[in-house]
Write a protein that binds this ligand. Structure first.
Ligand SMILES: NC(=O)c1ccc[n+]([C@@H]2O[C@H](COP(=O)([O-])OP(=O)(O)OC[C@H]3O[C@@H](n4cnc5c(N)ncnc54)[C@H](OP(=O)(O)O)[C@@H]3O)[C@@H](O)[C@H]2O)c1
Length: 272
């Protein structure tokens, strides 16, 4: 199969591209300079001769989206629709990466793929709009929601914790947001599996099994790195106000990926 990855230089796009290359697939990764998905013409010019397109391109600066919602919408909604439209025109299978932020975070049990959207942030609104826009033009598209991504090829929570561990004796991390830290390699493998098994179009949840808080995640990073987890102290979201509201409960149902802590040893090993 011939694969195109838009947003192919981002944290997830890079890992997906590397995985496909390792598997001997024919893959082309494009960044915004080669294919700006806001432009339908650019997408049409790029998307010729592919069997699969994975749209990993997005405005991912969650807090900045609060003051730049139109710019975020142009990428996360209009851009996603452009890819979906050209995929439908060219008979290319589309996979789109979406987010737990399309939900409001008030649930008490894992969100199933058919749960109604109710985003609480500008970023979440633009991603939710992208999902709707894709479904309107391409019912065959696979929309894969993921959460709390961390990977080797991007700035992420694991790297931040390891850096702070060198700079400070103790650090405080929020303990009242629950979610599923998800390794980009695991998500990449899931995307390939969905395509290879010719899964029907619709919504899928691609997040790790299990759940934890940012505090629990930080403690586990310390433990795996051979540091004392007691150096990580819990605090509340109210102690770290941010422009965008974060969902308090972000656990996605359909947990087919490995446990959230399983890949940490591999990643921490590459960072220390
Ligand atoms: N990170 C998370 O915790 C998380 C959680 C849930 C869902 N997601 C979703 O997962 C996907 C991948 O996230 P990520 O963390 O890998 O993101 P990322 O590292 O920020 O990468 C996003 C990529 O999008 C590209 N991009 C931005 N504007 C573009 C445009 N106009 N046209 C084409 N490409 C453009 C950028 O390419 P250039 O660098 O070439 O400009 C960038 O490399 C996104 O859809 C995101 O919403 C992420």
């Amino acid at each position: 199969m011939r694969w195109l990855v838009t947003g192919g230089r981002g944290m997830f796009g890079t890992d997906l591209t590397l995985l496909l290359q390792e598997r001997g697939e024919d893959v082309v990764a494009v960044g915004s300079a080669e294919c700006d998905i806001r432009s339908l013409d650019a997408v049409r010019a790029t998307m010729t001769g592919f069997d699969v397109v994975v749209n990993a391109a997005a405005w991912t600066a969650v807090d900045d989206a609060e003051t730049h919602e139109a710019e975020a919408f142009a990428i996360n909604a209009t851009g996603a629709r452009n890819v979906a439209l050209v995929a439908a025109e060219t008979g290319t299978r589309m996979v789109h990466i979406s987010t737990d932020y399309v939900f409001d975070g008030t649930a008490t049990e894992p969100y199933q793929p058919d749960h109604p959207q109710n985003p609480q942030s500008a970023y979440g609104r633009t991603k939710a709009a992208g999902e709707w826009a894709i479904r309107a033009v391409n019912r065959d598209a696979l929309i894969v929601r993921t959460a709390w991504l961390y990977g080797e090829h991007g700035p992420n929570f694991v790297k931040t914790m390891l850096r702070l561990a060198e700079e400070r004796e103790t650090l405080t991390v929020v303990d009242d947001q629950v979610g599923q830290p998800t390794w980009t390699r695991d998500l990449a493998a899931y995307v390939v599996e969905l395509v290879e098994s010719d899964s029907p179009g619709g919504y899928y949840h691609g997040s790790s099994s299990g759940q934890t808080t940012w505090f629990g995640f930080a403690q586990e990073i310390f433990r795996v790195a051979g540091l004392d987890p007691a150096r990580v102290l819990p605090c509340g979201t109210r102690d770290f106000p941010t422009p965008a509201r974060r969902p308090a409960y972000s656990v996605l149902g359909e947990q087919r990926l490995p446990d959230w802590a399983a890949p940490l040893a591999t990643l921490v090993g590459t960072q220390t």
